[in-house]
Design a protein around this ligand. Sequence first.
Ligand code: ATP
Length: 364
Amino acid sequence: MKTYQIALVPGDGIGKEVVPAGRKVLETLAHTTDSFQFEFEAFDWGGDYYRKHGLMMPANGLDALRGKDAILFGSAGDPDIPDHITLWGLRLKICQGLDQYANVRPTRILPGIDGPLKRCRPEDLNWVIVRENTEGEYSGVGGRMHQGHSIEVATDLSLMTRAGVERILRYAFRLAQSRPRKLLTVITKSNAQRHAMVMWDEIAAQIAAGFPDVTWDKELVDAATARMVNRPASLDTIVATNLHADILSDLAAALAGSLGIAPTANINPERVYPSMFEPIHGSAFDIMGKGLANPIGTFWSVVLLLEHLGEMAAARRVMQAIEHVAANPRLHTRDLGGNATTNEVTEAVCAEIAATTRNSLAQA
Ligand code: ATP
C-alpha cells in the first residue's frame, strides 16, 4: 500500500474550516481503498503565528514541506495584518520557494449551479486558466524612497525571463494538447506593455511551432474579459501572466457560480518539489467561524491533488461525489443561495464517496 505524505496549511479565516473538511474527504477515500493511505502533518502558519512570532511561517518552514507528496492550503489573510505581508509571507513564499510555476485553475459550471450568464449553457463554459506563478508583475522587485515626503516615489517592476515565459507557455500548450478541443488562447497586453509582453508574444509563436495540432490565438487581456462573458464557448485553455490570470480567474469563478467552488493547483511540473492545492477564495472573514463556508472549492482542489499523485480513479470518484452534491439545492451553502452548512456539505460528499465504493464493490 502506498503512503502519501500530505502537508496541511489551513492558514487564516475560513481556511481553518475548509482544510479540515478536505482532510475528511481524503480520509474517507483512504478508508475505501487498499491501494493508498495518507499521513497528514498540519502546520499552524498564518496570522495567529505572525502575532506570536512576527513571521507568517518559520524562516526554515519550506524545509518541512520539501519532503511531502503534496500540500493542501487554505488561505492567507488577516484583517489586522497588511495583505502584502500575509500574501508574501506565506502563500507566495511557498509558491516561489518550491518553484510552483504553473498555477492551474479549471472552471466549469457544475450540475445544479446557476451561473450568472443568461445565454450560457453549462457545456459552453469549460475552461482551464494557466497562470504564471513565480515572476512577472509579482516578482517583488521594486522599492520606495522619500517615504512620507512630497517627492515620494515607488516602483513595482514586472520582471519576465525568457526561461520563465518559455516554461509556462510550454506547459499551457501541453495542457491544451491533452484536452479534447486542443485550443489555447494566449492572453497578452503587448499593445501597451511594449517590452516584456512583446517577448511573451514572440515566445508564444516559437513554442506554438512545436504543437502543430493545437489551435491557438492571442487576445488582449481587456478584450478577454468581454469574450469570457459574451462568447464563453470560444475559449478552452487560457494562459496569462501572473496578474492578468489572477484577475481573469476571479471573473471565471464568478461566471461559474461562486468563488466558493473554484479550485487551484500550484504545480511544480518537474516534481522536484511538492505541489500545492487550494481553493481560489481568500479568508472571507465576514463568514468565518459560522459554518457557512462552501467547502466545494477545497474538495475540487483535492481532486486536482489526487490527479497530481496519479490516483485518477480516486480523483474521478471525488469529482462525481462533488457533482452529485452540487446538483442538490438543499445542499447549497449561502454563497449559492442555500442554507446548508460546511459540515452538511462535507458529510454529504463523504457519504457519496462511501456509497459509490459500496456500489462498485457490489458490482465487482
Ligand atoms: P482575502 O483578502 O484573503 O483574499 P477576501 O475576504 O477579501 O479574502 P474572498 O475570501 O476571496 O475575499 O471572498 C470574497 C467574499 O466571497 C467573501 O467575503 C465571502 O462572503 C465570499 N466567499 C468566498 N469564499 C467563500 C466560500 N468558500 N464560501 C462562501 N462564501 C465565500
